[in-house]
Design a protein around this ligand. Structure first.
Ligand SMILES: NC(=O)c1ccc[n+]([C@@H]2O[C@H](COP(=O)([O-])OP(=O)(O)OC[C@H]3O[C@@H](n4cnc5c(N)ncnc54)[C@H](O)[C@@H]3O)[C@@H](O)[C@H]2O)c1
Ligand SMILES: O=C(O)C(=O)C[C@]1(C(=O)O)C=C[C@@H](O)C=C1
Length: 365
């Protein structure tokens, strides 16, 4: 194992999780971390997620063999501009984790930087260093977008660097990447937030309506809790593709309006049947289509002692929780408890146990 100096710029959810994975498989490498949030830098230092938060950005970058940009995509562009002005090592390899690839690859090329675009297709609506998770990328796809054949050796360097993620590597062209993620990630985020905003407006007429939001609304809108800055950057950097996708979406909505106006049950049935068929065939073991965190949602009666009952049940079985949160206490009826575990085995064991010992309903999403 060669000793390398690695610099991670941006120590939020993705940067800190990658740092932990790198440390696990490359203990002899030296890891610099850089973040413009003082609090985040302090946490990274205290928890030893990185070896050092340097005093001087330029010196650390110039000393690095690999630089990983894990900041919002627009910010990553600015860092490339800055890195291009430094006296970086000749062999330095720069990569990023951003959710869009064409713009950043284009910028890196214009500065003649040794850059390979990267994108781990796993994440969460949670952000920041406190959401750091060493298992975040396990079984997920990690996309690289090389632009030249000569980059094979560089890709190999990155595959080795990120081997601790236990992700599956995929190579795509930047344009292919941006079209696929527009369909499967960016448009869904727009729709989820659109729904929440529409419901927010609606709530002015029926203020109690939000208390009634049940599984359907919650399931489809989880990702609306994601970081607004990150998503502003993503949308603006994949503008053209998204404009086309939105037009297609609007056409689909027009179809539904028409079928409703004309009471066309056959077309409406076909719309749902086709979607069900496609959704049911989605692989369930892939991150991206399942929650990246091992969360269990338990409907509990809103009465004293019900939370203690669950924690003591889990305590007896030695299943350890990493987080517990009361999501809502709906009047009179039930509330939802979000239990987070450190891996899938604990999650499934907890679900089985709670269902066996109580009559509480458990859901994975
Ligand atoms: N969240 C996801 O699900 C996900 C998944 C895959 C890829 N990505 C991409 O990875 C990147 C990071 O996303 P994240 O989820 O880790 O976001 P995050 O908000 O959790 O972390 C971003 C970090 O960058 C820091 N930062 C912001 N501006 C900075 C600057 N100018 N200089 C230094 N640090 C700065 C922030 O303080 C924060 O710690 C984004 O480009 C995003 O598109 C996100
Ligand atoms: O699971 C989530 O919360 C995510 O939003 C993760 C998700 C996605 O859309 O699948 C979000 C953006 C990233 O670029 C990759 C993954």
């Amino acid at each position: 194992m060669t000793k390398q100096t690695i610099m991670i710029i941006g120590l939020g959810l993705i940067g800190s999780s990658l740092a932990v994975c790198i440390k696990k498989t490359h203990p002899v490498s030296f890891l610099y971390g850089w973040d413009n949030s003082k609090e985040t830098s302090q946490t990274a230092q205290e928890t030893k997620i990185v070896d050092q938060i340097p005093e001087n950005f330029a010196k650390a970058a110039e000393n690095s063999d690999i630089i990983v940009l894990a900041v919002p995509v627009q910010t990553a562009q600015h860092y490339l501009e800055e890195l291009a002005t430094l006296n970086l090592k000749k062999e330095v390899l720069i990569t990023d984790t951003g959710s869009t690839k064409q713009k950043i690859v284009h910028t890196a090329r214009s500065y003649k930087l040794n850059f390979i675009g990267g994108h781990p297709m796993a994440g969460s609506h949670k952000s920041g260093i406190l959401a750091c998770d060493a298992n975040l990328f396990e079984n997920a796809y990690y996309i690289f977008t090389p632009t030249k054949k000569e980059q094979t050796e560089q890709i190999q360097r990155l595959k080795e660097l990120f081997s601790g993620t236990r992700a599956k590597y995929v190579l795509l062209k930047p344009k292919e990447h941006d079209e696929i993620t527009a369909m499967l990630s960016h448009l869904p985020h727009i729709i989820a937030s659109g729904l929440v905003n529409q419901a927010d407006h609606f709530n002015q007429k029926y203020p109690r309506a939000k208390q009634l939001a049940a599984g359907g609304f919650r399931d489809i809108t989880r990702i609306a809790s994601s970081d607004p800055q990150m998503w502003t950057d993503i949308l603006l950097s994949n503008r053209h593709t998204l404009l086309q996708m939105i037009t297609q979406w609007q056409a689909k909505m027009d179809d539904i309006s028409f079928w409703l106006e004309t009471e066309n049950a056959e077309q409406i049935y076909h719309f749902f049947a086709n979607a069900k068929d496609m959704r049911d065939r989605l692989p369930v073991d892939k991150k991206g289509s399942i929650p990246a965190f091992y969360d269990l949602f338990v409907d509990v009666p809103d009465r004293p002692g019900s939370i203690a009952e669950i924690t003591s049940l889990l305590g007896k079985t030695q299943i350890s929780l990493t987080n517990i949160k009361i999501l809502e206490t709906r009047e009179d009826i039930i509330g939802v408890l979000q239990l987070t575990f450190k891996n899938e085995t604990d999650l499934i064991a907890a679900k089985t146990h709670i269902e066996k010992e109580t009559d509480y309903h458990c859901r994975l999403q």
